[in-house]
Design a protein around this ligand. Sequence first.
Ligand SMILES: NC(=O)c1ccc[n+]([C@@H]2O[C@H](COP(=O)([O-])OP(=O)(O)OC[C@H]3O[C@@H](n4cnc5c(N)ncnc54)[C@H](OP(=O)(O)O)[C@@H]3O)[C@@H](O)[C@H]2O)c1
Length: 272
Amino acid sequence: MSLPNIKLADGNTIPQIGLGLWQVKDQAEFNTAVNAAIEAGYRHFDTAQAYDNEYFLGEVWKKSGLKRDELFITTKIAVTNFGHRKALKSFEESLKNLQTDYVDLLLLHFPVTLLRKGAWQALEEIRSTGGTKSIGVSNYTIRHLEEMKSYAKEMPAINQVELHVFLQQPELVKYCRDNNIVVEAYSPLAHAKAMDNEVIAQIAKKHGKTYAQIMLSWLVEQDMVVIPKSVTLSRIRENIDIFDFKLDKEDLAELANQDRDMRTCWSPVHVP
Ligand SMILES: NC(=O)c1ccc[n+]([C@@H]2O[C@H](COP(=O)([O-])OP(=O)(O)OC[C@H]3O[C@@H](n4cnc5c(N)ncnc54)[C@H](OP(=O)(O)O)[C@@H]3O)[C@@H](O)[C@H]2O)c1
């Protein structure tokens, strides 16, 4: 099965679907989930220093039999490692944990006030010396991205933000499109906190697909990257099985009406 890739402004590509790894803290559970994901066709894995599982990912990919360049690995600099020097140092530790000499995508996890400029400059340095193929940010609002224009030599290729049918953020999405920044939707299933919407259930029934598949397809059809998390084998397979149908105009219009501005994770909106 060949899965779609999305082209980034820096010329690299990213697989449009990846496995989210937040809150997977048990190593046996982690191994089972990642191995099942590889078996199902996932090649893109989203970890972070703050998830405490980079080491598990390093162990499991090494044993997978896959070559490093067959995988796409994202990690993120934790808020506690912001600033120029600490970001550089902590990244060395990430590479050791991940048992690799580069990552595919390195993100700043959150727009930490005062320290984000130095941290971004560290990411630019890491990219220029081959430690990462692409660099980006996470949880940045339009304001944080606009500010970057005053100090960034290179703008982020990706902004990873909470985005799903119930939190559509149309202004941010338009800004990112206009500025050639790919939107990567985290918590694309709204952290499973709203699995009872009638409109989604009806659309799922119409296409013979599941509720989760409709939520993911809505993002994929807008050319976003999605990183659903699951440790349940059937769901890992279900979540990647979304490329054989298309939502129609009517579905898209109905889904556009489901925006509730509903955040399930941390909000960067008031971060100066
Ligand atoms: N950059 C950031 O600040 C940030 C913040 C949050 C998340 N993220 C990234 O985004 C990833 C995904 O976000 P998330 O973990 O918050 O939430 P999510 O992917 O929206 O939802 C995960 C929840 O949905 C359940 N689930 C998965 N597939 C399902 C399906 N097909 N049907 C029903 N339920 C299903 C999972 O349960 P089971 O696991 O039990 O199957 C889990 O409880 C994270 O793992 C992380 O990599 C990044």
